[in-house]
Design a binder for this molecule. Structure first.
Ligand code: ADP
Ligand code: MG
Length: 475
């Protein structure tokens, strides 16, 4: 019976399977395809250069034993690296011929002797020199689904999170982007997904990282000439959770590297979870190609919790801390702190502290004092209507004129200023600002903001407008 690449490789696999962990076998051997057999050399196709390096690093011995059994002492292994390609963009981490089609596959033969010494995987989380490929998840076990209370405001995001956690990479929610204002639970939910996955699939490599830290690591890596190691490290992760991706705004180098990591993970069925304080359409200075990928999966918004949810969040907190508090006080807090769960928790913590340290009884009056402190600390938000009024008064025109379709320069400028201030002083999205100021679209608002930025740095008179109106809006 003559040997074929397939038969030789299958025999090798049988041997390897018996000798390594099932998960490792699945990850590192199942994706390999035997391609050809010439003399004593077996060519196998591996999904990436990184994959090849990993095999060389960790499995070269067993590969050698298996292949020698099949082909004798002169056995040789040839790797063929299958390249992932992405819209013809350069992929600095593999040397390959550019191609314009996304699914195009280019092969590159790499002939490596079995005793080739390969490089170590550099983990940006550990001190250089210490060899350690185990990746710590950086997850906070206190942020679980169990204590993330469900309400109308978060039902979609929470259930999508649960779905992702039970089948990471296996749902259409990839990436899952959770967005919403500050203090509504994005970080909590992001951790909960990771914690749940670690629980269900202990062998999966999960990593939580803030976009800020990711950026710092990347800058470090570039400084130390380790860019490729940085990319390789992130490419072996099964579930990558990046918190506050809006932080990548304007950081084109980090966006570029994240784009490549994202593509690699996505193409290999790995799960990506992102959080942001804005919807993708409202993210500024994020490259279009990245934004479009953010939209591939599901964007789920966290809204302000309704009264019932606020009450249950408070009660849950009290229960976990073993504190009993009269219902009317819990209701009072829930009624008065509406738009931020962090503040809601802060108020109840202060109240508990006051009560236990000062041995004061928890009364409505005490609750009132504490709530006031919290509510006062959060800057009162000016409304878009108010901004339009201030701006049109300043230029002595009425609001209808400000909103009209005219192209007269001074009116256009007033309208652009109103949009600029609405962006600056409210949490409204670009789309919502546009629709409230003369029914324009988000691109017009974005353009207005940029124009105001430019003019105020080049035009003295215009800068004065901006300063004057800022003063009026700040009192
Ligand atoms: P964000 O990242 O959106 O700014 P966080 O995830 O840090 O918000 O949440 C702020 C605080 O509110 C955290 O302590 C979190 O545990 C709590 N929190 C938010 N939403 C919920 C919820 N649905 N149930 C329980 N706690 C919540
Ligand atoms: Mg957060």
């Amino acid at each position: 019976m003559s040997k074929t690449a397939k038969s030789v490789w299958n025999n090798c696999l049988l041997f390897i399977k018996d000798n390594i962990q099932p998960q490792a076998y699945k990850t590192w051997f199942e994706p390999i395809v035997a391609v050809k057999l010439t003399d004593n050399a077996l060519s196998i196709q591996v999904p990436s250069k990184f994959f090849y390096e990993w095999l060389e690093e960790h499995y070269v011995k067993i590969l050698k034993v298996a292949l020698t059994k099949e082909l004798g002492e002169t056995a040789k292994l040839v790797y063929i690296i299958k390249m992932e390609n992405t819209y013809g963009n350069k992929q600095p981490f593999t040397e390959k011929i550019p191609s314009s089609h996304r699914t195009a596959v280019k092969s590159q033969d790499v002939d490596i002797p079995l005793n080739n010494k390969s490089r170590e995987l550099k983990n940006p989380f550990i001190i250089p020199g210490i060899r350690n490929v185990k990746i710590e998840s950086q997850l906070n076990p206190n942020y679980s689904f169990e204590n993330f209370l469900e309400g109308d405001s978060n039902r979609l995001a929470r259930s999508a999170g649960l779905a992702v956690a039970s089948k990471p990479g296996g749902t259409s929610f990839n990436p899952l982007l959770i967005f919403g204002h500050v203090g509504l639970g994005k970080t909590h939910l992001a951790h909960a997904i990771g914690v749940d996955i670690k629980d269900k699939y202990p062998e999966k490599t999960v990593l939580y990282i803030s976009a800020e830290k990711f950026t710092q690591q990347y800058i470090e890596a570039v400084k130390k000439n380790n860019r490729n190691d940085f990319i390789h490290f992130y490419q072996i992760i099964d579930v990558l959770i990046i918190d506050d991706v809006q932080f990548l705004s304007g950081k084109s180098g980090t966006q570029d590297v994240f784009f490549h990591i994202f593509n690699h993970l996505h193409q290999n069925g790995k799960q990506v979870v992102l959080t942001s304080d804005k919807a993708p359409v409202d993210m500024q200075d994020i490259e279009q190609r990245l934004l479009s990928r953010f939209k591939w999966g599901l964007s789920a918004e966290l809204h302000n919790p309704d009264f019932e949810t606020r009450v249950s969040i408070l009660k849950n907190k009290l229960y976990r801390d073993g504190v009993v508090m009269p219902d009317d006080i819990v209701d009072y807090i829930a009624k008065n702190i509406k738009s931020n769960v962090r503040e809601l928790e802060g108020a109840i913590i202060s109240l508990i502290a006051q009560a236990s340290f000062n041995k004061k009884e928890v009364t409505i009056d005490l609750a009132r004092v504490i709530v006031e402190k919290f509510v006062k600390n959060t800057k009162r938000e000016v409304s878009i209507d108010y901004i339009q009024k201030v701006v049109s008064d300043y230029f002595q025109m009425d609001i209808e004129t400000l909103q009209s379709k005219t192209r007269k320069r001074h009116i256009v400028q007033a309208r652009q200023l109103a949009m600029f201030f609405a962006k600056k002083f409210t949490k409204a999205s670009l789309a919502s600002i546009g629709s409230q100021i003369g029914k324009r679209d988000h691109a017009t608002v974005l353009h207005a903001c940029k124009t105001v930025d430019n003019l105020s740095s080049t035009d003295k008179q215009f800068r004065k407008y901006v300063e004057d109106i800022t003063k009026k809006l700040s009192v």
